[in-house]
Design a protein around this ligand. Structure first.
Ligand SMILES: CC(C)(COP(=O)(O)OP(=O)(O)OC[C@H]1O[C@@H](n2cnc3c(N)ncnc32)[C@H](O)[C@@H]1OP(=O)(O)O)[C@@H](O)C(=O)NCCC(=O)NCCS
Length: 223
């Protein structure tokens, strides 16, 4: 279930993405929500710059709003040593921020094993980043494709990483995964081409994407 809180952004996202039972996604504009955070959460960004405090505090607030849509009490969302959010028991979740927009979501872990969301400003994925973020095959494909493909691949990989890393626990480099995009269906799959077998669970997932304004948004779900 996708819940609409910020139009037109969430309408665009909501229309492009599937209805997933037991999942709620909420988007908002980054604002100073520090006073509404728990002390544990406040301490995590006490010394951060104001922009980081806004995106962090808004992400936590939106994640709690998503929880409320699932009928789950809004609990503290800590952070582990790998900077992953610590979700309340029986939930999985994901947070992303770009520009001044923040999107957060949660899902019941009996509906979804893991999921990741990622928002990117398309223009920020400049040509000089391509060799770092894309494999040789992906660079070759980009030469004959929509100009936005490199940004989409980057966003898809980050969403895939956010879904997979909390399950497997091992870093995945940008050259260890290749994204296959189905433009007509607005879906993607990810092939894991590295050598850490457990990361192959990425290949069970399915991704969804949409472009709006200057952004690309990706959702990757492992059921
Ligand atoms: C962790 C990472 C994916 C975050 O993406 P980003 O575009 O930099 O930033 P976003 O705003 O989209 O996401 C940040 C949020 O991701 C979440 N996050 C951080 N580390 C995470 C992890 N290991 N797993 C899942 N979520 C994570 C946090 O909620 C964070 O926000 P918060 O600190 O306010 O809670 C990115 O910094 C990274 O390390 N990428 C390298 C690995 C990778 O993506 N490989 C791709 C190969 S498949």
């Amino acid at each position: 279930m996708i819940w609409h809180e910020l139009d037109p952004l969430v309408t665009t996202i909501g229309e492009a993405l599937p209805e997933v039972e037991g999942m709620a996604l909420v988007a908002g504009v980054a604002a100073d929500n520090l006073d509404d955070l728990d002390e544990v959460e406040q301490a995590l960004v006490a010394r951060a710059v104001p922009k980081r405090q806004r995106e962090f505090s808004t992400g936590r607030q939106l994640a709690r709003l998503a929880m409320s849509h699932l009928g789950v009490p809004g609990d503290v969302i800590g952070r582990d040593s790998q900077r992953r959010p610590i979700w309340p028991e029986d939930l999985v979740g994901s947070i992303t921020h770009a520009g001044d927009i923040v999107v957060a979501g949660v899902a019941r872990s009996d509906s979804v094993e893991g999921f990741g969301i990622d928002l990117e400003e398309v223009d920020r994925v400049s040509q000089k980043l391509h060799s770092k973020l894309l494999t040789v095959n992906e660079i070759e494909l980009s030469r004959h494709s929509d100009d936005r493909l490199p940004a989409l691949i980057f966003s898809a990989k980050e969403a895939g990483y956010k879904a997979t890393n909390p399950i497997v626990g091992k870093f995945i480099g940008f050259h260890e995964a290749e994204v296959d995009v189905d433009w007509a269906q607005k879906q993607f799959v990810i092939r894991y081409v590295g050598d850490h077998e457990p990361n192959r669970i990425m290949e069970r997932g399915l991704g969804y994407f949409t472009f709006f304004e200057r952004y690309v948004f990706s959702l990757f779900i492992i059921r």
